[in-house]
Design a protein around this ligand. Structure first.
Ligand code: GLU
Length: 304
């Protein structure tokens, strides 16, 4: 039954693919096939469902901001993380530096580039990238996650804007770690290759309050998971987060690689892959799938 609804969800969203474009500002991402579409659901009952291109590896991009934030909260604590990074939706594009420059404010939140670069600065000295990779594999229940070195190199050679953000953060005293090491860490995290299934695995862990549904081991503290899910709800879908929260009502985070991680709390993790993006950077068919699923399965968090 759920598999059938998922198939219907995918087919219903498929026409939207034509209205979007794959990301092109990182040259390697241009190579994605914009027609690919996949949807995975992992439930609290232990069932795993997948339809479409759910085993295709793609680059996690901004969805890694969720993992970095979770690790920062675990390693540095809430007060330290939010001392220099805000908790408010920015209403600006993910790579904007407008607000940073015109006021003496901190990054608006950890889901935009400036906030995630600041967060990377907290954790880079505390945890080597290899350990982040191992931990990401455990969080996603996917030992196949690796660094896509082509995406990494492509992004590193088109890094001017993020470098500008990072130096501005350093200038404001927000980023106290070495700027180049921080950027390298940030880009490596964005260049991890995942599948829709890995995102469903991570979604399930978050839906389950931080305990691995596979092993029963707690990987993240309850408070960390609570904060992460709330930030996903308010800031996870770029400057489309408000409308998405109303229409879909499922805490989610998207990335320009075409992925969306969604958490139907205490029910299921949802992973989406659809590299055709709308003008805000969200998977265009992915958003449509989530809206459809939310209505069909009554997943809106404020469902009456
Ligand atoms: N690595 C990308 C950047 O920094 C992440 C963008 C995204 O997925 O929002 O521009």
């Amino acid at each position: 039954m759920i598999q059938e609804i998922m198939r219907e969800t995918l087919e219903n969203a498929r026409p939207a693919v034509a209205q979007g474009e794959v990301a092109s500002y990182i040259p390697e991402l241009k190579k994605a096939d914009k027609n690919q579409l996949g949807l995975s659901i992992f439930t609290m009952e232990g069932e795993r469902y997948s339809v479409g291109d759910t085993k295709v590896r793609f680059s996690i991009q901004s969805i890694s901001k969720v993992i970095s934030l979770a690790v920062a909260l675990e390693l540095c604590g809430f007060e330290t993380v939010f001392d220099q990074v805000g908790m408010e939706p920015s209403g600006d594009a993910f790579n904007s530096l407008v607000k940073l420059e015109i006021s003496d404010s901190h990054p608006s939140n950890p889901m935009i580039n400036s906030g995630a670069i600041a967060v990377s600065g907290y954790i880079e000295p505390k945890i080597p990238f290899d350990q982040m990779l191992t931990f990401t594999r455990r969080l996603c229940m996917d030992p196949g996650i690796g660094l896509d070195s082509r995406v990494y190199e492509s992004e590193m050679s088109h890094i001017s804007r993020n470098r500008a953000i990072a130096y501005l953060l350093e200038n404001k005293g927000v980023l106290r770690n070495d700027v180049e090491r921080t950027l390298d860490f940030y880009v490596k995290m964005c260049s991890l290759s995942v599948t829709a299934e890995s995102l469903a695995g991570l979604g399930l862990l978050l839906a389950n309050g931080g305990v691995s549904p596979e092993t029963g081991v707690r990987l993240l503290k309850k408070k960390t998971v609570k904060v992460v899910k709330t930030i996903m709800l308010t800031c996870g879908m770029y400057d489309g987060s408000g409308e998405f929260a109303i229409r879909v009502g499922i805490p989610s985070k998207s990335g320009v690689g075409g992925g969306i991680l969604a958490v139907a709390d205490k029910k299921m993790g949802i992973g989406i892959f659809g590299p055709s993006l709308d003008e805000k950077g969200n998977s265009i068919a992915g958003e449509r799938m989530l809206q459809y699923l939310s209505e069909k399965l009554k997943l809106h968090m404020f469902e009456a």
